[in-house]
Write a protein that binds this ligand. Sequence first.
Ligand SMILES: [Mg+2]
Length: 357
Amino acid sequence: MKIICLLDMDYFFAACEELRKPELKEKSIAVVTDTSREGSKGVIMTCNYNARKFGIRSGMPASIGLNLCKELLLIKEDFKFYEEKSHEVFEIVRSFSSKVEQVSVDEAYIDISDKVSSYEEALSYAKHIKETITSKTKLPCSIGVSVNKLMAKMACDAAKPNGLKLVKQEEAKEFLSKLPVSKLYGVGEKTKERLEAMNIKTVGELASTNKMLLMEHLGNSMGLELYNYANGIDESEVITEYETKSIGRERTLKKDTTNEEDVIPIIKELSKEVIEEAKKEEYLFKIITVKMRYNDFSDHLKSKTIKPSNNIEDLQKIAIELFKRYINKEKPLRKVGVRISGLSKSTKQKGLGMFMR
Ligand SMILES: [Mg+2]
């Protein structure tokens, strides 16, 4: 049976701040970024649960946060520290499973299918992961456990904060049905409005809407995706970044940017480095993955599969294509990576060698 966990650290940046100054736990705190503009108090990235009681949320300008709570303590982000803590967390996670897809600095899917053989075992394995993280790092986290990535994510959201929740296959539809559509993964503000205009307010109502009608109103790919999600269906695999058979290079940009043109030469360069290493080992590659990490530390991985190749033009062309197609132009990019996998030994070269002898 397939069992996926979604681990999400609770109010991560603020929890890191509480870790080094425990007295902050009693206060309402918010970690802010983008304080460089004159007159701006910055934007809230994360806040602790004391602050949330006042209605403070991430993405909110800090000035609004202060209006909601006069005592709100603003702390300027310290990404370096959070990345260190994140590294500690994921070292622990990877000791429990090698199939880990990190989606941001504080969130990862963990495939534990080959570690457990029942829901009971899955729940106790996840509990063990959670307890180990909390005892070793002293940071709070939540874990959702279910049969696919979507359901694990939805279970985790319901478990937060400091929770653990299992949703079995047979419970999935019932679990989703009463949630407002806005809680469903993939439904943003605009989509929520469109669905409400179709008189769809709950996930259950979405699940029983005609698939064709949704595709007509939301576009084919989104319509189909949300229809499947509403029904608890998600066949996407956990993309393991640390697959042994892969070659990758990443680079943190000198300055966060939203300008594609700044990044393309870096992608070309990374591709060149990757190809050089592949050629040394006589590898052909089949899968090309581009990783984009934004300044809010969310990661985006996009892959394409081609016929086996060791050609640098193929790699550069597809890496740039993926980048241009999937880059989120609204968020400054912080880091970019290029990786090849699906590697095989180049038999053509071996063959030629044999003829020459
Ligand atoms: Mg989190």
